[in-house]
Design a protein around this ligand. Structure first.
Ligand code: RIB
Length: 330
């Protein structure tokens, strides 16, 4: 237990925390065009904080390391950490808290522009202060909304499973993936990092993932689920069909849940299966963290005779469960 009476963190997330400002539109504006949208929603987000929340809702003991500004947005993000029971290792820096402008269209697709602010000002000595925390975690999650040298240092400090989600994607320096044990990425990120022209579909993703010099690669395929490539093993884990409302937090839900399941000792196949289910649940509601499922929701979908993963994808199973278990105003 920590001094505050919390469990020792099994999952440590080092990464970004943003305030998301989201508006829904019927269709994305073209360059130069103005369109009218919905009321603005202001919610906690950021790929790092999102992953931390997803892992915590699965029951993992989680710590978050990042930076916020001394402003109202920073306070909102700290409140979310507290509400989710996540150990708060954010540092306050003299830069505005990170922010994201998000537009979601009628089909649930999104565009996101991030103003990194404090996320690019995590002090090096702060990482020194949390080196033991990072070194002692079963799983350490990183993304690319913080400086590359921060990510590299964190992965070097990790002695458990070091995970990188290379989003937003960029070309990485040679050797950058050397300390990555597990890479989780989507098809766009896979195409960039592998340099392969065709990563489409299950076979394309598996082939491109196998070219990356990382022990385990998990590629998320949206409605098609995910593939896992580890050594000579390959799995395709199909996703249940769902009605898509908003895909904003799906990738972060996937990563956070994957980490939580690995941290409790399950293998990568079970972790990815669970993460696919959680990711599918997350797109059925609006928002990123607002849409992330708790462990009881994901577990029920996995229970014998109920699991859409046991056979062909079944939206009926998933949605029937949703309507039974979720109060209308939840
Ligand atoms: O992955 C979704 C997240 O990307 C949003 O919450 C936004 O803050 C950006 O970081």
């Amino acid at each position: 237990m920590t001094a505050e009476g919390q469990r020792e963190p099994q999952v440590v997330v080092v990464g970004s925390a943003n305030v998301d400002r989201t508006v829904r539109v019927d269709g994305f504006p073209r360059p130069g065009e103005t369109v009218m949208g919905s009321e603005l929603a202001t919610t906690p987000g950021g790929k790092g904080l999102n992953q931390a929340v997803a892992a915590a809702r699965m029951g993992a003991a989680v710590a978050f390391v990042g930076a916020v500004g001394d402003d109202r947005d920073g306070a909102l993000l700290r409140d979310r950490l507290r509400a989710e029971g996540i150990v708060d290792h954010t540092v306050t820096v003299p830069v505005a808290t990170g922010a994201a402008s998000i537009v979601v269209d009628a089909s649930g697709e999104n565009t996101i522009v991030v103003s990194p602010g404090a996320n690019h000002a995590i002090p090096t000595d702060h990482l020194d202060a949390v080196a033991d925390l990072i070194g002692g975690a079963a799983v350490v999650l990183t993304q690319l909304e913080t400086d590359l040298d921060v990510v590299a240092r964190v992965l070097a400090l990790a002695s458990g499973t070091g995970v990188l989600t290379p989003a937003p994607v960029q070309n990485l320096p040679a050797g950058f993936l050397a300390d990555v044990d597990l890479l989780t990425l989507n098809e766009v990120e896979l195409a960039t990092l592998s340099g392969q022209p065709d990563v489409a579909g299950v076979e394309g993703a598996m082939a491109a993932a196998a070219t990356l010099d990382v022990a385990t690669v998990v590629v998320t395929l949206g409605a098609a689920g995910a593939v896992v490539v580890t050594g000579d093993d390959r799995w395709h884990l199909p996703a249940p069909a769902v009605e898509v409302v908003d895909t904003t937090g799906a990738g972060d839900t996937f990563c956070g849940v994957l980490a939580a399941v690995l941290a409790r000792g399950d293998d990568i196949e079970m972790a990815a299966r669970t993460a696919v289910t959680a990711g599918a649940l997350s797109v059925t509601r609006a928002g990123a963290q607002e849409a992330m499922p708790t462990a009881d929701r994901v577990t029920v979908v996995h229970s014998p005779g109920q699991s859409p993963l046991a056979g062909p994808s079944s939206s009926a199973t998933l949605l029937a469960w949703e309507s039974r278990s979720t109060p209308p105003d939840a």
